[in-house]
Design a protein around this ligand. Structure first.
Ligand code: GDP
Length: 298
């Protein structure tokens, strides 16, 4: 991911480094190149517009004209603005003062929620927590078993409805899971919820009902970075239907152009907390806006 964007941005900025003083026309030309690169990377138009306006404003100001090396200063500005649209500071997970901390996962089917539940559980375990997974995706036939499998791999307990009791009520499962977590002294509970192929009202209502039942400390919207612009529409639907406090980007190992990663923070106003970059449980880390910006600028 980001290979093409990275090449295009580097090329646009390299044109500047060959010059000494920079005229407004030089900056406009570079800004145009950056704009095209971002649009081709599938970054949302509104995000591109704001970004370019900031770059132009700053690049034409005193911080560049008075710099010893104006081109380098522009590179620095682009870097800073990239870090900005990616969220600025790394945002840590919000832990409850009185355990258990409840983390609810929401997103479309196939976004990578179940896989993420396992990754998150393993990561939390490494941080010294005693997490418990909760299977509230009772729609997809294999979802419960899949969660139990990732739970086993991560070495954590999975709370699931007893087999043979029909489909079951995910809200009831969620409620009982919290009681069980308190009883068994699990300090973090990760609730996996059902996702449909497309956004639908029933799905939103179910997620909202689970949210109301468990009162989560974090609702993480899990989104496949490969779906490009659709990520933005989906994020808006989940923001309005369920609400979320943070974003997890999955499949960053794919060859998508990176637009989702660059748009979702600005569009939803919520920070990206984690990034998944592979199918294995270890392919997961806290999201660092500065590292991602450096990666994009090559
Ligand atoms: P859910 O429907 O949201 O629970 O999604 P799943 O966790 O079942 O994931 C859907 C598919 O995406 C599975 O085949 C996962 O192995 C795969 N997957 C999940 N996360 C990643 C990732 O970060 N990178 C890649 N390449 N595949 C992933």
């Amino acid at each position: 991911m980001f290979d093409t964007l990275s090449d295009r941005l580097t090329a646009a900025l390299q044109t500047l480094t060959r010059k000494g003083r920079l005229s407004d026309a030089d900056i406009d030309a570079t800004a145009r190149e950056i704009r095209i690169a971002l649009l081709e990377a599938d970054v949302a138009l509104g995000v591109v517009k704001t970004f370019i306006a900031r770059i132009k404003e700053r690049a034409k100001g005193a911080e560049v004209s008075q710099a010893l090396n104006p081109a380098q200063q522009v590179v620095k500005i682009v870097n800073e603005e990239l870090v900005g649209i990616l969220g600025g500071e790394t945002r840590r997970l919000n832990l409850a003062k009185t355990p258990p901390t409840v983390i609810m996962l929401a997103g479309l089917q196939g976004a990578g929620k179940t896989t993420l539940a396992g990754k998150l559980a393993m990561w939390l375990k490494k941080q010294g927590h005693a997490p418990m997974l909760v299977a509230c995706d009772l729609q997809r036939p294999n979802a419960v078993t899949q969660l139990q499998v990732v739970g086993e791999r991560a070495g954590v307990v999975t709370f699931a409805p007893e087999p043979g009791n029909g489909v079951g009520d995910p809200v009831d499962v969620a409620r009982r899971a919290i009681a069980e977590a308190k009883h068994a002294q699990h300090d973090v509970v990760v609730v996996d919820t059902a996702g449909r192929l497309g956004v639908d009202e029933e799905l939103m209502k179910q997620a909202a009902d689970i949210r109301d039942a468990v009162n989560p400390d974090e609702v993480l919207f899990v989104v496949d970075a490969m779906i490009g612009q659709d990520a933005v529409t989906t994020a808006e639907a989940f923001r309005d239907g369920v609400g979320f406090s943070g974003v997890v980007l999955t499949k960053l190992d794919g060859d998508a152009r990176g637009g989702a990663a660059l748009s979702v923070r600005e569009v939803t106003g919520q920070p990206i907390l984690f990034a998944s970059n592979g199918e294995k449980l270890e392919d997961f880390d806290t999201f660092h806006p500065d590292r991602m910006a450096s990666r994009i600028l090559g």
